[in-house]
Write a new protein. Structure first.
Length: 176
């Protein structure tokens, strides 16, 4: 069997490029930097969080995930993005935070050339959720910030709560 050699496309000057992963929540397509994702996986292995962790603003964390000796807090993207309840089927495991995000599905990886500033209509906390908007095949796609699902402060708070209810061997380590 012979493999075809794939030649890279010539790089265009002055156009920044970034690889993103397109994911779907409630029928809406979003993008997130591919460099922010460690792994895309199925929902197997999730453990429900104890009621002590599910309080106030941190109720968006519904499960934890054990992966390669680390624990991750699992957030439903639909809840965070204030969308109607959905049927998540995949997890985006983030690279630099102990966070995994439940999404309905993965569309594909896509190279984008620009991210446009959010319009003035985005005036609330959603300004912190998105890096901006990009255009893909004539469709406007919001580009999500990886740290928008759980901030480092929320991770620290959850880790402290988890450490008081969990044996040391299962505690979440906060990473930079």
């Amino acid at each position: 069997m012979t493999l075809a050699k794939i030649e890279p496309r010539p790089r265009q000057r002055g156009r920044a490029r970034e690889m993103v992963i397109l994911f779907v929540v409630g029928g809406v397509t979003f993008a997130i930097a591919a460099s922010a994702i460690e792994e895309i996986r199925e929902l197997s292995g999730l453990q429900a969080v104890s009621p002590e962790l599910s309080h106030q603003k941190l109720a968006k964390v519904t499960h934890t995930l054990e992966r390669q000796g680390k624990s991750y807090f699992v957030v439903k993207a639909a809840d965070k993005l204030r969308m109607l309840s959905t049927q998540p089927a995949r997890l985006l495991v983030l690279r630099n935070l102990p966070v995994a995000v439940m999404v309905d599905g993965i569309d594909r990886m896509q190279e984008i050339h620009s991210i446009h500033a959010l319009p003035e209509a985005f005036s609330g906390e959603e300004r912190r959720w998105y890096r901006g908007l990009t255009l893909i095949k004539g469709k406007v796609v919001p580009v999500v910030r990886a740290d928008a699902f759980l901030s480092k402060a929320e991770v620290t708070l959850l880790s402290a709560a988890l450490s008081s209810t969990t044996p040391a061997s299962r505690r979440v380590a906060v990473t930079a």
